[in-house]
Design a protein around this ligand. Structure first.
Ligand SMILES: [Zn+2]
Length: 218
């Protein structure tokens, strides 16, 4: 399913679809094991909403490795990067959520989370029980694939890594609402935005992007 999604989302951007499909498939296959390793790393290092410090740092590091210039500290721990080769065209945003939940990991896997955090004043176990580790790894892989074919992409692609999708801690701002407030959908203005859920449904906003980019929705 990962391959299908990556292929679909990557194909949206390129002009010569048939040739590019083959190239994109190859790039996905080449990067698949690295993507799985990344997903395991994010899973093992799950952090609560507005506390995604290590997660955010790793995302920025991976984006730099790809060749992009990440902007960090958006809506506290959010990260954004823009792919812009100067060709005219729409601005398309791809968004992933990055926070974990106060849930105890019960799986006996090498990458099981042993992380803890403070939730409502109490020390709690933290894990990615909602798939945000997968979303984050897929978006990084998509960024890498698209960067590799950047000369074929018209317009711009904005990669948005959103913190606090599960809701910020009481008394704090956060999530998509704060990202929008801080201007994530402007400069350049986003024409359409795509994201995925754990069930790999593809969601799309276009004219509703600005009003529906609310926290909690997935
Ligand atoms: Zn979630």
């Amino acid at each position: 399913m990962r391959i299908v999604f990556l292929l679909l989302i990557s194909s949206l951007f390129v002009t010569h679809a048939q040739t590019s499909d083959v190239l994109i498939k190859d790039l996905i296959a080449k990067n698949l094991s690295e993507t799985i390793e990344l997903r395991h790393w994010f899973h093992q290092n799950a952090e609560l909403s507005n506390r995604e410090f290590k997660t955010s740092e790793r995302i920025a590091k991976e984006l730099k490795k790809i060749g992009l210039n990440p902007i960090t500290g958006i809506a506290k721990t959010g990260v954004v990067a823009i792919l812009n080769e100067g060709k005219p065209g729409p601005v398309v945003a791809l968004r992933a959520d990055i926070d974990g939940l106060p849930v105890k990991e019960r799986a006996d896997l090498p990458w099981a989370s042993k992380m803890t955090g403070v939730y409502n004043g109490e020390k709690v176990p933290v894990m990615h029980a909602c798939g945000h580790d997968t979303h984050t790894a897929i978006l990084l892989a998509t960024a890498k694939v698209l960067y590799n074919i950047k000369d074929q992409i018209p317009g711009q692609v904005k990669f948005i890594f959103q913190p606090a999708e599960e809701g910020p801690p009481p008394g704090e701002e956060g999530g998509a609402e704060l990202m929008v407030k801080e201007g994530v959908l402007t400069n350049p203005d986003v024409d359409a935005i795509f994201w995925i859920t754990y069930q790999f449904k593809i969601n799309r906003w276009s004219s509703f992007a600005k009003t529906r980019f609310n926290h909690g929705s997935s």
